[in-house]
Design a protein around this ligand. Structure first.
Ligand SMILES: [Zn+2]
Length: 346
C-alpha cells in the first residue's frame, strides 16, 4: 500500500553522457504505465530533435525490439531515444496477446481491457465468429480526432479515444459487415463502393450495441431541414449532438441499454430508415437512405415516409434550440460537450 505513493526511480547514466531518473517498481522493473507515458509524451531525442511524433514512431519499425518487462538499466537506451528502439506492445505490435482465443496487440493491460470492451459490444457467438475469421484488435497511438479504424485486416483503437464500447462496436461492426456470412439484409452488409452508406449503417449498429450514445463525428454530416429556407442544411454541433443522442434512444428502443447479436441486428433493420444517421451525406451528393432506396422498393417507400417526417418534425425542435440559446448555461454546456465529443470513426 505504502509503495504506491513512494514510487522510486533509479538514476542511470548512459554511455553518451545523458542521465535519467527512470521509474522502477518494487519488483525491479519499470512500470509499463510509465513506459507508455514516456512514449505518448513525445519526449526523447530523435534525429537530434527533441520532438517525436508517437504515431510516426509506432509505424516505423526499429531493428531492436525490447520486451515489455525491463529494468531501468535495460530501458534507458529506449528512454533516451524511443524512435530508434521499440518496446513490444508499446511502440511496436510485437507478439499478439491471446484472450479467449482472440488476438490483441498492445500491453498486457490493454489486451485485457480491449477483450472486456469486445465483450461489451458483442455476444459470445459474434466474438467466436470474428476470432475464427482471424480478426485482431490493436491499441496504438493515433492523431487527434481519430478514434479507430478497420482496415480489412484488423481493428485499431486509439489509446486515448478508442477505448470505449461505442468505438469498439463501430469498428467491430465494419468487420462483421464484411466477414459474417450469415447476414443477408442489405442494411447489414458491407458497402465497400458506397462509403456513405457503409458508415451510416455502421454508426446505426454501434448505437444499437452501446449503452452510452455513440457521439460520432459523422453526425456533423447529417443534414437537417431548415424551416426558413425550406432546404436541407448542415447541422450545428448542438444539433448533431442531439441527433446522436436521439438515435441512441431509437436504436435501443428507448431503453438506452445496448443490444447484442440478433437483437442488435433486428434493431438496425427496423429502425435505420427512421434514424437521423440514415440521412448521412458523406463523400456523396446523396443521403445514404436515398442511395439504398434505389436498391430496394421497400426501403424507398420507407425512405419517403421518413424524410417527410424529418421535414415536418423540425420546427418544434428549432423553437426549442432558439430558446436554449437564450439560456447561457445550457448552451455553453452542450456546446462544450459537443466539441469534446466529435471524433471520426473510420
Ligand atoms: Zn466507420
Amino acid at each position: 500500500m505504502a509503495g504506491r505513493s513512494s514510487r522510486r526511480t533509479q538514476h542511470v547514466i548512459l554511455a553518451n553522457g545523458r542521465e535519467y531518473d527512470i521509474p522502477v517498481d518494487e519488483d525491479g522493473y519499470v512500470p509499463v504505465s510509465k513506459l507508455l507515458e514516456r512514449f505518448e509524451s513525445g519526449e526523447g531525442v530523435s534525429d537530434g530533435k527533441t520532438f517525436r511524433d508517437p504515431v510516426k514512431d509506432y509505424d516505423e519499425r526499429a531493428d531492436v525490439v525490447l520486451p515489455e518487462k525491463l529494468t531501468p538499466r535495460q530501458a534507458a537506451i529506449w528512454w533516451d531515444r524511443p524512435a530508434e528502439y521499440d518496446i513490444e506492445g508499446i511502440d511496436a505490435p510485437g507478439r499478439p496477446k491471446i484472450r479467449k482465443g482472440m488476438k490483441f496487440y498492445g500491453t498486457e493491460a490493454e489486451a485485457t481491457r480491449m477483450s472486456v470492451l469486445v465483450d461489451g459490444a458483442l455476444n459470445r457467438k459474434e466474438r467466436e465468429k470474428l476470432t475464427k475469421s482471424g480478426l485482431s484488435y490493436t491499441a496504438r497511438p493515433m492523431h487527434p480526432g481519430t478514434a479507430g479504424w478497420y482496415d480489412g485486416e484488423g481493428v485499431s483503437l486509439s489509446r486515448e479515444k478508442g477505448m470505449e464500447v461505442p468505438v469498439v462496436a463501430h469498428e467491430s461492426a465494419h468487420a462483421m459487415r464484411a466477414r459474417d456470412r450469415s447476414r443477408d439484409n442489405r442494411i447489414l452488409l458491407t458497402e465497400a463502393e458506397k462509403i456513405g452508406v457503409e458508415e451510416s449503417c455502421t454508426v446505426a449498429e454501434s448505437q444499437a450495441r452501446s449503452s452510452t450514445p455513440a457521439i460520432s463525428g459523422y453526425y456533423l454530416s447529417v443534414p437537417v431541414f431548415d424551416e426558413k429556407t425550406r432546404r436541407w442544411r448542415q447541422p450545428t454541433e448542438a444539433e448533431a449532438l442531439r441527433m446522436a443522442k436521439e438515435d441512441h434512444q431509437i436504436f435501443t428502443y428507448g431503453r438506452g441499454k445496448g443490444l447484442k447479436g440478433e437483437d442488435a441486428l433486428r434493431s438496425v433493420e427496423e429502425n435505420w430508415a427512421d434514424s437521423h444517421i440514415a440521412r448521412l451525406r458523406y463523400k456523396s451528393r446523396r443521403m445514404a437512405i436515398n442511395v439504398l432506396a434505389d436498391a430496394s422498393p421497400e426501403i424507398k417507400a420507407h425512405a419517403n415516409r421518413a424524410l417527410a417526417k424529418a421535414r415536418g418534425g423540425e420546427p418544434k425542435k428549432r423553437k426549442a434550440s432558439t430558446k436554449r440559446s437564450g439560456s447561457k448555461n445550457a448552451s455553453t454546456k452542450s456546446g462544450k460537450k459537443a466539441v469534446l465529443g466529435w471524433i471520426r470513426r473510420k
